[in-house]
Design a protein around this ligand. Sequence first.
Ligand code: RBF
Ligand code: MG
Length: 243
Amino acid sequence: MVRRSTSKNAPVARVPRADAECELWTITRSFEAGTLAPSYVSNSQLLCLLVDVYIMYKLATQRPSMATPRHKLPIRMISTVVRGYGRGSRELGIPTANLCRETLQSSVDFDDLPCGIYWGFAKVGSGRTPESETPVCKAAISIGYNPTYKNEQKTVEPHLIADPADARRNASLCGETLLRDFYGETIRLSVVGFLRNELPFEGLEKLVAAIKKDIVDSERLCDGTDAFTRAEQEWVGSSEGVV
Ligand code: RBF
Ligand code: MG
């Protein structure tokens, strides 16, 4: 049994939880793909990761909505964009396209969608004309109850990240992407990887700082050259169904 450090055991250098989760995900994926270099995981790192797996398992069994079942990713969704709480754009400067629960097509039931902050790809628009459609965008995605605001309703809301060369990439009030209102339009979303659990923040500044880091992480992870990531980007750009 793996233990956290006690007076009897030498202390273990701990990897920050979110980093450990990303790390585990990478290891799991490359293990599955048969490309994991044996030297990639050192023993002490492995120990830290196992501690985190154990904690995640405990969390998952105690509160199913907090589970981060990476084996269930990606989650593909098609829906329409609805009005959210109206805070994203106005208060935070991080607009999100909220998915409509009623029109949601997804391989996972809305109630079973695992809460957390994720990275993936999204595209909005009818596709009738090129201007009516965004390109396939990288996205930083929130699924859950926005604990900072204690929402009663669960929301699924990606923030679409414009290309760095696009002037809209820095146009929001906090310097992030500002596209347009998407209300009523079709959205295709693939939730590819887990970033962290949702957190209650003290004050908007801390929330915005955390989301800005999520955006940086999402941009980097979306550039992954693995077949898994590329397939999800391609699916978002296609007109295929969710399953
Ligand atoms: N809300 C929270 O209360 N806690 C979070 O940790 C949190 N993380 C987020 C991460 C991303 C990438 C995005 C797009 C949103 C996040 N939100 C979070 C949701 C945010 O509070 C919400 O989008 C706005 O309040 C608008 O409804
Ligand atoms: Mg929104």
